[in-house]
Design a protein around this ligand. Sequence first.
Ligand SMILES: Cc1cc2nc3c(=O)[nH]c(=O)nc-3n(C[C@H](O)[C@H](O)[C@H](O)COP(=O)(O)OP(=O)(O)OC[C@H]3O[C@@H](n4cnc5c(N)ncnc54)[C@H](O)[C@@H]3O)c2cc1C
Length: 311
Amino acid sequence: MTKENIKCLIIGSGPAGYTAAIYASRANLNPVLYEGIQPGGQLTTTTEVDNFPGYPKGVTGPEMMEDLKEQATRFGTDVRFGIATSADLSKRPFKITIDNEKEIFAETLILSTGATAKYLGMESEERFRGQGVSACATCDGFFYKGKDVAVVGGGDTACEEASYLAGLCNKVYMIVRRDVLRASKAMQDRVMNTPNIEILWNYNTKEITGSPMGGVNGAILVNKDGSEKKIDIHGFFLAIGHHPNSELVSEWIKTNEEGYIITEGKSTRTNVPGVFAAGDVQDPHYRQAVTAAGSGCMAAIDAERFLADNK
Ligand SMILES: Cc1cc2nc3c(=O)[nH]c(=O)nc-3n(C[C@H](O)[C@H](O)[C@H](O)COP(=O)(O)OP(=O)(O)OC[C@H]3O[C@@H](n4cnc5c(N)ncnc54)[C@H](O)[C@@H]3O)c2cc1C
């Protein structure tokens, strides 16, 4: 196995990883960034990004991620294709194995491996992804202003997404597979008291309907009693949870019960000194490109200060 010693290793090439790289390279930490299986991260799977500051006319996700990469490499970040396949964080320097064939010994480690939205697994859902099917109301709700949409899920996130969409859309159906909501009492009250939210109890989604040019125009639902119902909608929002990509370090780094990395107070510090986490992998609440980028900046500053204090 080949071995290499570096000051700062960044795992992940989403907005958090690239922003950490911009700051770390400008602070002379000579960062190495591994892109992982999805170079550019989640935004490479979307078309328009309208809410990232600095792009007054909007930008496509892949274009924005190319810009971030270019900015990081301009200051000398060594961006590499490769996947971190195992980690030993028992002592510094931390040992990270890449593609099972290269060992990196890193004095500091920034984890920016993101989170993946859960989908129901239907073929029609895959077909209309980005054309009416979305896992982020904050990102895409605006495109459905004044229209009818549906939200799948019965937890706090689903209630939050439904409330958010209710402020923009004509009508919001909540598709709930049981006859109760899992959400907190406060969130339940909020959706129950919003006149344009209708909860469809005991329903599962059988199919999302639409056309290749026009996108989504409806969904076919099946009730627990076997009966079917068709709803006319233009947007279908998944709110059944996310999967934070933290398995790589779960032996060493503390997470909450869902797997989100726990960071200390208003910092990106994890329970292992010298290891920092940024972006969606440590953020169950906001999950936006700009918040991921913000915490990437914090992680690089935290790493720089850690190195200064631990020479
Ligand atoms: C369809 C869609 C549309 C969206 N639209 C918007 C929007 O309009 N505005 C907005 O603000 N947000 C939007 N979001 C949310 C936004 O994409 C995320 O909040 C943001 O990308 C999180 O950034 P991140 O850097 O934490 O991680 P991610 O973007 O998830 O990137 C994670 C990175 O980690 C890498 N990685 C994972 N495991 C490993 C490993 N073992 N080794 C090496 N690398 C690894 C992956 O390859 C990837 O590069 C959207 C999300 C989706 C899915």
